[in-house]
Write a protein that binds this ligand. Structure first.
Ligand code: VG1
Ligand code: CO
Length: 543
């Protein structure tokens, strides 16, 4: 086997977004595309000479080919050892766990997460550091800079490795260890939660439906829920990962997981429903006849985490991304613990978790996690819910109404406008930046603006500043609108409008969400001129 040094040229647009680099699969498959980006990652972290890296992905189209290329490049760049999930598979949280557990220098995860997969859909790649978390902006900036100056990459000549057999092998002097993608993760979950209690819940007839959405959590959920915890066969549906996720979007929300919603709102609904996304870091929670918004789920998990063994001593603090509802803030206040507001994307939680300042983190986009890894973790959230349900023996609906009665309810919804021409979406945001200083004091649809800005995050741990993270408009009654552009799309721009309204009065906790939010929605339109800028009469997706 020879090491080839291949001349190349910088490729435009290899800029990591909210969570790694995401592009159309065909772009990733284009000449030198994957190779350039991989070499740029290696260079940006000071080379991989003598290093140990974890490698795996969510099984989408091109995952298998990309793993082989990255292995040959790691070998050519002098890596000591690559630890790869069997079949090239690893969920994002499982990869994060392996990095930490095995003391690796980092890891590469191949996924475009909730984006659809297939030759005509999306592919992606992200790099996580030695703490197991997504590379911070300082590192992704270095990676992007490197992509713009790259002149060559190194790759080993040679045949593919068989990744189907667990065990140790070798490639051009580099050790390659193929591991069971589920085993270490399942063990970690067993250390965090009371598995005996959850097992008894299932023995008692508790019924659950977990929709893996044809993505990577299938094997994890089957092994843990049906295998270890004894849930009946068939509890996990769509449990076999497929390269195009069965043709759907592996995005666990009421729109893309409509089947699960139907089952949970139908006759003979199970007690508990859940779903996860492409790479297994998101979770959706549904009770019988009730959908739990991710923002509410974060608040409920934080308020009840002490019922699970790993969190019985309480939480150090809570962090939520800026657009996530402020329901969790009320829990933090009551518990008397720190509460942080960070920009969108899990990479901003890493420093707070590493510093021990927060224990639980969450995002409105169905991401929840804790200090057990450095990624959001879909199955972890599901298991924490199960542990809480096994302790409280109450239906989800009752847990929610009790939570709202105690803390008040933050009505919440997100409106997405997809594939908007970039110049129009940028113009909308720019205009809001320009007028934000003048908004306070003005009235819109009966709501008075209290505060408005383009969010800049000052990381309290390392002092770094991340500016331009989205427009926040707060009203005097506690309502709020946030507007930002997505950093995970691959076509045009996606405008996300986040809407929130606080209601303290329990007599008003049962309103339809759209009704409760109507004034906030109208105020958002009046301030941001969404219809005019996007040319759309209504959002493409409402969650
Ligand atoms: C979206 C979500 C964000 C999440 C990110 C990655 O980003 O809003 O909360 O962290 O996806 O999630 P954006 O920039 O499109 O709003 V995953 O599970 O797709 O890696
Ligand atoms: Co994901």
């Amino acid at each position: 086997t020879r090491i080839l040094t291949v001349p190349t040229q910088p490729i435009d647009g290899q800029k990591p977004g909210t969570s790694g680099l995401r592009k159309k699969t065909k772009i990733f498959m284009g000449p030198h595309y994957l190779e350039n980006f991989t070499q740029s990652v290696f260079d940006a972290i000071g080379g991989v000479q003598d290093k140990i890296l974890i490698l795996g992905g969510d099984g989408r189209y091109f995952n298998d080919r990309a793993v082989q290329v990255i292995l040959r490049m790691a070998a050519a760049n002098g890596a000591a050892r690559m630890i790869v999930g069997q079949g090239g598979l690893l969920s994002t949280p499982a990869a994060s766990n392996l990095i930490r557990k095995l003391g690796a220098d980092g890891g590469i995860i191949l996924s475009a997460s909730h984006n659809p997969g297939g030759i005509d859909e999306d592919f992606g790649m992200k790099f996580n550091g030695a703490n197991g978390g997504p590379a911070p902006e300082s590192v992704t900036d270095l990676i992007f800079t490197r992509t713009q100056e790259l002149t060559e990459y190194r790759i080993l000549e040679g045949a593919d490795l068989d990744l189907s057999v667990i065990g140790e092998t070798e490639m051009g002097g580099m050790a390659v260890e193929i591991v069971d993608p589920v085993a270490d993760y399942a063990q970690l979950m067993g250390e965090l939660f009371d598995f005996d209690l959850i097992r008894n819940l299932f023995i008692g007839g508790f019924r659950m439906r977990f929709d893996a959405m044809h993505a990577v959590t299938g094997p994890y959920a089957t092994a843990i829920l049906e295998g270890i915890l004894g849930a009946p066969k068939g509890t996990v549906v769509n449990g076999t990962p497929s390269p195009d996720f069965g043709g759907g979007h592996p995005d666990p929300n009421p729109v893309w997981a409509a089947d699960l919603m139907q089952a949970m709102f139908g006759k003979d609904a199970p007690d508990f429903g859940a779903a996860s996304d492409g790479d297994g870091d998101r979770n959706m929670i549904v009770g019988r006849g009730i959908y739990v918004t991710p923002s509410d789920s974060l608040a409920v998990l934080a308020a009840n985490a002490h019922l699970a063994p790993a969190y019985k001593k309480g939480l150090a603090g809570i962090a939520r991304s800026m657009p996530t509802s402020r329901a969790a803030d009320r829990v933090a206040e009551k518990l008397g613990i720190e509460c942080h507001e960070t920009p969108t994307g899990w990479k901003f939680f890493g420093n707070l978790l590493d510093a021990g300042r927060v224990t639980i983190c969450g995002e409105e986009s169905a991401g929840t996690g804790s200090d057990h890894v450095r990624e959001k973790d879909g199955l972890w959230a599901v298991l924490l819910w199960l542990n809480i349900l096994a302790r409280r023996i109450e239906p989800v609906e009752q847990i929610m109404s009790a939570h709202w009665a105690e803390f008040g309810r933050n009505y919440y919804s997100r409106h997405d406008y997809e594939a908007v021409p970039s110049e129009r979406a940028n113009a909308l945001i720019q205009r809001l930046r320009d007028i934000s200083a003048d908004l306070p004091g003005q009235q819109f649809q009966g709501l008075t603006v209290e505060q408005a800005d383009d969010f800049a995050y000052h990381d309290p741990v390392d002092g770094s500043v991340s500016a331009n993270q989205g427009i926040r408009i707060g009203f005097t009654d506690g309502s709020r609108v946030v507007l930002r552009l997505s950093g995970t799309g691959t076509e045009g721009a996606t405008l996300r409008v986040y809407l929130e309204r606080y209601e303290a009065d329990p007599a008003r906790h049962g309103l339809p969400v759209e009704e409760a939010l109507a004034p906030v929605i109208a105020a958002a339109e009046e301030i941001a001129l969404i219809r005019e800028f996007t040319g759309r009469a209504q959002p493409d997706v409402t969650t």
